[in-house]
Design a protein around this ligand. Structure first.
Ligand code: SF4
Ligand code: SF4
Length: 326
């Protein structure tokens, strides 16, 4: 039996930016988005599974004004920690107060370059960088925890040290890095090489050793160098076991990046769909033969299964960024 410990909920596909690497090709809201009413049975299932965290994503969740606060409040009532995933370009003091009132104290945002021009070009909107930086400063002042994600592409990979310095200055709480996954708008030409991945892994390992108390550093799905050289960060579970995803129209998916639907919350119980034959068959289908017999399997669990599928179209393919093989 599998229990979802962390659920990612896409609150809307509406977005005010147009990022090159968006996993969901966000823009306009879908016609029939999930409502709080649709969500009631899900809350009971999350309680049954002892879910600890909910990541409220989009599109841009702050564009779904009333729903986002109501949902956060309900999740808080079920003792689930809310993490808001926002581009922070429409954040202000009034929004901050409403978020905190409804139990949101952690905001996860994205910075993909150390300069405004490059970040804005990537995010498809002039002024996005300045607004996000201003919002981070305001949110820190108001007591939020700020986590920043950088999606690594071959266009920004050289900027990681500069982005890191910027985040230190902003005193953000966590820096989370992950290679781009080729789903949604993200295309093959953005993908990084193994050599580039290794260099970033080593850079972050050094920073982590030197600055452990100042900033949390996480490499997603995991950092090969961290895992092999220390016990700091391993992947905790194979994919599709403890992290679930619900789309803005209620589709239950094994992960945000995987184009497979296991059911819909309007017709199916989340718990039952997560433990259905369809879900278990999918888990088996996505197991990689080479990974199962690899000596690093217990720290890596096959890398990112969605990245492997996105690059090859084969469910059981090996993660193309596996650093254990040439
Ligand atoms: S072969 Fe590579 S991706 Fe697979 S488990 Fe081993 S290290 Fe991980
Ligand atoms: S497939 Fe990749 S993105 Fe999805 S849960 Fe696994 S590591 Fe995470």
């Amino acid at each position: 039996m599998y229990n979802i410990k962390s659920i990612r909920i896409q609150t809307t596909t509406a977005c005010n930016l147009k990022c090159h690497h968006c996993f969901t090709e966000a823009g306009k809201a879908k016609q029939k988005e999930i409502t709080l009413n649709d969500f009631q049975p899900v809350l009971e299932d999350l309680k049954k599974m002892k879910t600890k965290t909910a990541i409220l994503t989009g599109g841009e969740p702050l564009l779904r004004d009333k729903f986002i606060y109501e949902l956060a409040s309900s999740l808080t009532d079920f003792e689930i920690i809310n993490i808001l995933y926002s581009n922070m370009t429409i954040f202000n003091k009034k929004i901050a107060q409403k978020l905190q009132k409804n139990g949101v104290y952690i905001i996860h945002t994205s910075i993909d370059a150390a300069t405004a021009n490059e970040h804005d070009c990537f995010r498809g909107k002039k002024g996005a960088f300045d607004k996000t930086i201003k919002s981070i400063k305001l949110a820190k002042k108001l007591g939020f925890q700020i986590w920043v994600r950088t999606t690594l592409t071959n266009q920004n990979i050289k900027q990681v040290p500069k982005i890191f310095d910027l985040l230190l200055k902003l005193k953000v709480d966590s820096f989370r890095v992950r290679p781009v996954i080729t789903t949604g708008s993200a295309t093959e030409n953005l993908v990084i090489s193994k050599k580039q991945l290794k260099e970033v892994n080593l850079f972050l390992l050094k920073k982590k050793q030197a600055l452990e108390n100042k900033i949390e550093i996480k490499f997603l799905p995991f950092c090969f160098e961290f895992a092999v050289k220390s016990s700091w960060q391993k992947k905790t579970m194979p994919c599709f076991e403890t992290q679930g995803y619900i789309s803005s129209v209620g589709d239950i998916k094994p992960c945000a990046y995987y184009p497979v639907v296991l059911g819909n919350i309007c017709n199916n119980s989340l718990f039952k769909a997560w433990n259905s034959k369809k879900a278990n068959d999918f888990r088996k289908k996505t197991q990689c033969k080479e990974c199962i017999s690899c000596k690093f399997y217990s720290i890596c669990y096959g890398g990112c299964r969605a990245a492997a599928f996105g690059r090859t179209g084969i469910f059981s393919a090996q993660d193309p960024l596996c650093l254990a093989t040439p």
